[in-house]
Design a protein around this ligand. Sequence first.
Ligand code: SF4
Length: 495
Amino acid sequence: PGTRRWCFADQLGPHFLDDPHQEVLLVESRAVFRRRRFHRQKAHLVLSALRHRAAELGDRAQFLQVDTYAEALDAVDGPLSVCAPTTWAARDFVLARPDVQVLASRGFVTDEQTFRRGATGRGTEGGKRLLMDDFYRAARQHHDVLMDGADPVGGKWNYDHDNREPPPRDGRSPVPAPWLPTEDDIDEEVRADLDRWERDGDVSFVGDDGPRLFPATRRETLHRLRDFLEHRLGAFGPHEDAMLAGEPWLAHSLLSAPMNLGLVDPVEVVHRAEAAHREHDLPLNSVEGFVRQVMGWRDYIWHLYWHLGRDYRDRNALDARAAVPTWLAELDTADLDAACLSGVVGDLRARGWVHHIPRLMVLGNYALQRGIDPAGLTDWFHRTFVDGYDWVMVANVVGMSQHADGGVLATKPYASGGAYIDRMSDYCGGCRYDPKKRLGEDACPFTAGYWGFLDRVAPKLEGNRRMAQPLAGLRRLKDLEAVVEQERDRGTDPY
Ligand code: SF4
């Protein structure tokens, strides 16, 4: 066997080792939890996964529970190797250690070198925009996924136009509830430790504790994957953008958390989804949509994290300065009347997870409209979601959701009024606000907020051709002054 492999807590699958007998170092660092206020279920999941891996490896693993990584390395004899870790800070740390050999990263479909070859000079200001669609097509060809010779299976690369349906009318999920793991002794131990750390005032968490909902081992991950492929994937596409109060899972795979812990190789996930399409004739719009999320969007965001540089996280092109409000930081819904926000924040408090549309079109849209500081928001997303990591959130939040990069990642801001939420969810029917109103007591805060946002950022978006129409609409609004004043008063107060 080669040198001992140090596996970080998001490098837990067998694909981070060179052979099945390699010796492993695992480190549980308490300082990580002291530095940041995580969702309780996220802290639980990460610790549970790490401890499960240590138990699984038995004598092959040296498992150190310490305060800092530096402390752990000082206690270890002999050379170590590590697959390049997933944050700028962790890479700096391992590269500065002469006793650690740093290898290429793993855990993504396209490797960093291949991405760099295709991306040189792109994705930065002045350079050509680095489009996700181009990257995704190249990756499909390169890895021969859903391909029919040189052409995409079915003749098209993307079936999204079939995947924008509103939620099912009966308000019920189109598929049965997902498979959920059963907690064991390790989870019990994790829970007791977290309780104790909290009692000691050492760490503090946000969100409800609860039974662990996400896989902490490879075996559990494969169970969830099988369940998804058999019972959920076929229905995934049409309603993937829909939101239903009380049905948070819908047909989503719930695989992002275990994938980001490194419990399963995304290459394997993609191949199994492709096989399910071939063998069980699952609808192509669903399978392609899922494959694009895994080898397209997930990989793309990962590569952009490095490609756009370490200062990208501090971009603030729309000059958004408001702090993350306390009610959002605390996931406190007590004073929220807006049914969509209350539902989404409540779901997040209960599970540490909501799918991509509540993230983008409710939480992100809210923050964009209210001018919340993108760096603070990125940190909040990272800490509060079970699948959130620095590399996941930087480009997703700064670029995609908050347009803080001035248009490197997305051509226009993802701002929308209540009409979108009304069309794509069942929230508005039970809300005290009216998605059609922008002024008055029952003015929808998203509809009014949209105009307030446009008014604030108009000077910065003047040259953007895709914003010409909305800005012309803004200039035609007769009651704009009153709306802007109303929204200024609302600020980031709960509504
Ligand atoms: Fe949300 Fe506005 Fe709809 Fe209420 S009316 S649920 S605030 S979008």
